[in-house]
Design a protein around this ligand. Structure first.
Ligand code: PHE
Length: 339
C-alpha cells in the first residue's frame, strides 16, 4: 500500500518531465499544472490515500509526497520561464511583423500657397529674392516715397525697436534692396513675413505674409502688369476667374491699383464671402513711382516698371475655404492635418 503510493509519486514526477519534453508550450504547462496540482488533480487525490499508510511509514511517505510536489512545481516553473524567454526572443526577431507606419509631416497651408504662387511666377520668368524681416526705416518707408506724416509710420501701426529699426510692415522694402544691388532688367518675387499692429480678428493678424513682385525694364506699361496678374489668377484659381483693377493710392506706385478676383465662391453673383460685391480684393499694385526709381539711382526717363503685393493668407483662405485667419496660426494638428 505504502509502496504503491511512493511509486505513484515517482511516476507523477516522471510523467510531468516526459510530457514537458514533448510539449513545453504555455498552454500545455497550464494543463499539466491543473492535472497534477489543481484542486481536482492528482496530488489532492493522492493526499487522501495518505490515510491508509501504516504509521511507521507515514513520515517517509509524507516527505516523499512533499518533495514530489515540489519537484513538479519547479519543473513547471522552469518550463514557464524558458517559454517566456523563447517567446520574447521570437518576437524580437519576428521579421513577418508589419512595419510601424511613420507619420510624415507636411507643409503648412501658408507654405503650400507661397510655393504655388512662386512656381507660377517662376514660369513667367520671375526669380525669388529675399529681404530681412527686421528692416530699417529707410527701406521700409523713406525709399518707398512714404512721407514722414504717413499713417503707416505711426507707432500705433508699426513695431519699432529701440534702435529705430522695425519689423517690416510689407515686403515692398525688398524692391528697394533688389534695385540697389542689381542692374535692370529686374524680374523678382519676394515672399515673406510682415508685421503690423493690427488687433487680431477673423481677417487680421499681427503677422501675415505677402509676395512682392517687381518688374523693371524699358517701356513697361500697365498692360504688362495686368497681363501678369491675369495669368496669375488663371493659373492659381482657374480660367473662370476674371480680374478687376480699381484706382487706389500707394506712395510708391503711380498710378496705383487694387487688384480683385471675381468671387471664387459665387462666381461674381454676390455672396457673404464677397459681401455681395462679386469681387474679392487680392493685392495692391501699380507702376513704380519715378521718385522710387530716383531713390535707387535709376533714371525714370529710361527705366519703368510695375510692382505688386499679394496677401498670402487671403489666397490660402480662399483656396481652402478657411473662415478665420487665426486658424492658420494656432498650430492645432486637427486643423493642419486637413491640407
Ligand atoms: N505694400 C503694399 C501693401 O502692403 C502693397 C503693394 C505692393 C502696393 C506693391 C503696390 C505695389 O499694402
Amino acid at each position: 500500500m505504502s509502496c504503491e503510493l511512493l511509486e505513484k509519486l515517482q511516476q507523477a514526477v516522471a510523467d510531468v518531465e516526459a510530457q514537458l519534453k514533448v510539449d513545453a508550450s504555455k498552454d500545455n504547462i497550464e494543463k499539466l499544472r491543473i492535472a497534477f496540482l489543481g484542486r481536482n488533480g492528482l496530488f489532492p487525490a493522492l493526499s487522501k490515500e495518505m490515510g491508509g499508510v501504516p504509521k511507521e511509514l507515514k513520515k517517509d511517505v509524507g516527505i516523499a509526497f512533499n518533495s514530489s510536489r515540489k519537484a513538479i512545481e519547479e519543473a513547471l516553473e522552469n518550463a514557464k520561464n524558458a517559454f517566456a524567454v523563447k517567446e520574447e526572443a521570437a518576437n524580437a526577431l519576428d521579421v513577418t511583423l508589419n512595419g510601424r507606419e511613420w507619420e510624415i509631416g507636411h507643409k503648412h497651408p501658408i507654405s503650400i500657397m507661397i510655393d504655388e504662387c512662386v512656381n507660377t511666377f517662376r514660369r513667367m520668368g520671375f526669380i525669388v529674392a529675399e529681404g530681412p524681416e527686421v528692416e530699417d526705416v529707410y527701406h521700409n518707408f523713406d525709399a518707398l516715397n512714404t512721407p514722414k506724416d504717413h499713417p503707416s509710420r505711426d507707432e500705433g501701426d508699426t513695431f519699432y525697436f529701440a534702435d529705430g529699426r522695425l519689423l517690416r510692415t510689407q515686403t515692398s522694402p525688398v524692391q528697394i534692396r533688389v534695385m540697389e544691388s542689381q542692374e535692370p532688367p529686374i524680374r523678382i518675387v519676394a515672399p515673406g513675413r510682415c508685421f503690423r499692429r493690427d488687433t487680431p480678428d477673423a481677417t487680421h493678424g499681427m503677422n501675415f505674409h505677402q509676395i512682392e513682385g517687381l518688374y523693371i525694364d524699358k517701356n513697361v506699361s500697365l498692360a504688362d502688369l495686368k497681363s501678369v496678374l491675369q495669368q496669375f489668377a488663371h493659373e492659381v484659381f482657374g480660367e473662370k476667374v476674371s480680374i478687376r483693377l480699381r484706382p487706389h493710392f500707394f506712395p510708391f506706385t503711380e498710378p496705383s491699383v487694387e487688384y480683385d478676383f471675381s468671387c471664387i465662391m459665387c462666381g461674381g453673383k454676390g455672396c457673404n464671402v464677397c459681401k455681395n460685391s462679386g469681387y474679392i480684393e487680392i493685392a495692391g499694385a501699380g507702376m513704380v513711382d519715378p521718385n522710387v526709381l530716383r531713390n535707387v539711382g535709376l533714371d525714370p526717363e529710361i527705366w519703368s516698371g510695375f510692382a505688386f503685393g499679394l496677401g498670402i493668407e487671403r489666397l490660402a483662405m480662399l483656396r481652402y475655404r478657411i473662415g478665420d485667419i487665426r486658424y492658420l496660426y494656432e498650430n492645432d494638428v486637427r486643423f493642419l492635418e486637413q491640407f
